[in-house]
Design a protein around this ligand. Structure first.
Ligand SMILES: [Ca+2]
Length: 403
């Protein structure tokens, strides 16, 4: 089944979100209604009951899968949720905040890091962090194993261009660390070491990406004249209070889904530059913490994989495992497209499905083996269909770069 989630718009156009009914459709209602109708159609066509129902989606699709089983646990027998944009009201506001951190609208912010230096940062991160897993293969197995030395990027008397100033190093430090607000309130995790190849999406412009600002303008109804320069903690508090469209998928009590025999697989790339990987860790942790007191362990029905080197939903700079799901994966030699986006990032042969092996190379890490788990934020999160816009922005950029 497929759904437009209740609205039709062009990339970058979030004006539809001022309609509250459209917001509700987008948040969860169109998804569920489509599932109900689809099951009726399938049952009617085949004249027999449906035996199993499965769902696969990434980014906003991941959010939709999680939201569905939170609200309607009977909908699916199995869900594959990739890089879920589940923490909508924090993800979108983090997007604005992150863009503001590196904003340089009139060229006077000397602390801003120009996109031309992203490859310089990427190379230094790779140089320092790739070997920490014991194999120099271009893949950073666990960014948390890398004690990154920022000053290796500091400009010196002999290196004045491919380097960062002290102020820019401070900005870089902020990018690589969690977003915390007043009274050290945790808002959203950080971009990982190794995610730099996708930074152009959220950090590469003169100001925050429209993926963030349109949330404030149209989802939170601040209006089209609202500027990211007005962004502060009150915006996040407003997003928490309203959660437009009830989109945030933060009901961590998945026990009804578990009780009906549901299975959930979640994955998130450790080189994701669009949705901080730690937000998936946060979700997994909080489901675990919510269900443990009920005597429910996760391993036999909920598995979560961190995928070293994988970017947002698909793609890899260094041919790490880069793709989940899709019928084309087992075919040769066809390019593999993500279920939700026509972006093919690498030109190398991607016929190998993600590997689940115990060797260090290209290892898929169950979260219990990751130091990411040492970071338990305070508050629950949630996210959305702005990811479709994220992917279009990504595609548009790549097309532009290819020209
Ligand atoms: Ca490595």
């Amino acid at each position: 089944m497929s759904t437009d989630t209740g609205h039709n718009s062009t990339s970058g156009d979030g004006t539809w979100a001022v309609n509250k009914e459209s917001l509700t459709d987008w948040g969860y209602r169109a998804m569920h209604g489509s599932i109900v109708l689809s099951k009726q159609i399938v049952t009617g066509f085949y004249a027999e009951d449906i035996k199993y129902s499965y769902y696969s989606g990434c980014s906003t699709g991941g959010r939709q899968g999680l939201k569905e089983i939170e609200l309607y646990p009977e909908s699916f027998d199995g869900v594959l949720a990739g890089a879920p944009a589940w923490w909508t009201n924090h993800l979108q506001t983090w997007t604005t905040w992150l863009g503001k951190v590196n904003a340089n609208p009139n060229g006077t912010n000397t602390a801003a890091i120009p996109a031309t230096l992203f490859p310089v940062i990427e190379a230094e991160v790779l140089k320092q962090c790739d070997p920490t897993d014991g194999l120099v293969d271009g893949i950073i197995t666990d960014p948390n194993m890398c004690d990154f030395y920022y000053d290796a990027l500091l400009c010196t008397g002999t290196n004045t261009t491919a380097c960062l100033t002290p102020a820019q190093l401070d900005t870089l430090y902020t990018i690589y660390h969690d977003y915390r607000e007043t009274n050290d309130t945790f808002i959203f995790p950080h971009l990982e070491l190794g995610s730099e190849a996708q930074w152009f999406v959220l950090l590469g412009a003169a100001g925050p990406a429209s993926l963030g600002t349109e949330y404030e303008q149209y989802f939170l109804n601040e209006g089209p004249t609202w500027s990211w320069t007005e962004f502060d903690y009150s915006i996040i508090q407003q997003a928490e209070a309203n959660d437009p469209g009830n989109a945030t998928a933060d009901d961590f009590d998945l026990s009804p889904f578990q009780a009906r025999g549901g299975k959930l697989i979640q994955y998130h790339g450790l080189a994701d530059g669009l949705i901080a990987t730690g937000s998936s860790v946060y979700f997994y942790e909080h489901v675990m913490r919510t269900l443990a007191p009920k005597g429910i362990s996760l391993d036999d029905w909920y598995r979560f994989f961190l995928v070293p080197g994988m970017q947002h939903c698909s793609g890899s700079v260094h041919d790490a495992p880069w793709y989940f799901a899709g019928t084309s994966r087992t075919q040769t030699p066809v390019p593999h497209l993500t279920p939700h986006s026509p972006i093919r990032i690498s030109t190398t042969n991607h016929l190998t499905p993600p590997r689940c092996q115990s060797s260090r190379r290209n290892q898929l890490l169950p979260p219990q083996h990751s130091l990411l788990l040492r970071r338990p934020p305070r508050r629950p999160p949630r996210t959305h269909g702005l990811d479709r816009i994220r992917h279009r922005a990504l595609l548009a950029h790549r097309n532009k770069m290819a020209q």
